[in-house]
Ligand binder design. Structure first.
Ligand code: DX5
Ligand code: ZN
Length: 221
């Protein structure tokens, strides 16, 4: 196996945690790099998850950077609220806004890390116009809306392509992957150029989030 040059950040997705124990779950992932917060509106994706009050509660319970993934139509409407509730990074979908540069600019103006993402069926070219303006690019490796789905293998090639494009630009942006990430594919994704992995069901498993997180770290060691 080839070595990969960057330390890979891990961002457990709170979507899979036990919400009756949100504070304890956040403690169990204290060794993570970020906490990933999945906001779903029932329009952009078929599912509804949670919104600003849960982010605010997570913020109060943990010092981890809050990485907020907005699966929401016209996310411009909510950027200020999520920033105010404690988001450190805000990621918007290219398919969800008619004004991508404006959304990215708004996140920057709020002083937050600006992220852009796209569904597995959306050509990578859709994010190219903003690649030089963002702090994070997220490759969705499942169709967003639910935790616990199967990883789409073609995502690896998409990570490789985006790694090349970012390197060509000299961009330090994070290259994140979300959906079906497990200890079995984490290393492959890191070798393809991912710098941050999101994982929900493979972290918040029956033996607890600390053990799940440790298994992912081992896979990357
Ligand atoms: C999917 C969400 C993911 C989800 C990942 O729509 O964006 O962040 O929580 O869950 P797993 O890791 O179980 O696929
Ligand atoms: Zn997500």
């Amino acid at each position: 196996m080839t070595a990969f040059p960057r330390a890979v950040k891990l961002a457990p997705s709170l979507l899979s945690c036990d919400f009756t124990r949100l504070g304890e779950e956040l403690q169990a992932i204290a060794d993570a790099d970020w906490a990933h917060v999945d906001v779903m509106d029932g329009h952009f994706v078929p599912n509804i998850s949670f919104g600003v009050p849960i982010l605010a509660a997570a913020r109060r319970a943990s010092p981890l950077p809050m990485d907020v993934h907005l699966m929401v139509k016209a996310p411009e409407r909510y950027l200020r609220d999520f920033a105010g509730a404690g988001a450190d990074g805000l990621t918007v979908h290219v398919e969800a806004t008619a004004h991508l540069h404006r959304a990215v600019g708004m996140i920057r103006e709020l002083g937050k890390r600006a992220g852009v993402t796209l569904n597995p069926g959306t050509p990578l070219e859709a994010v190219r116009p903003v690649l030089g303006d963002v702090d994070l690019v997220l490759v969705m490796s499942v169709n967003p809306g639910f935790g616990g789905q199967k990883f789409i293998p073609e995502s690896v090639e998409r990570v490789r392509t985006l790694r090349r494009w970012l390197d060509e630009l000299g961009s330090p942006a994070e290259l994140q992957v979300d959906g079906g990430v497990t200890p079995a594919n984490a290393r492959l994704l890191a070798e393809a150029g991912a710098s941050c992995l999101v994982a929900g069901s493979s972290v918040f498993g029956p033996d607890g989030a600390a053990a799940g997180l440790a298994r992912l770290r081992e896979a990357l060691a």
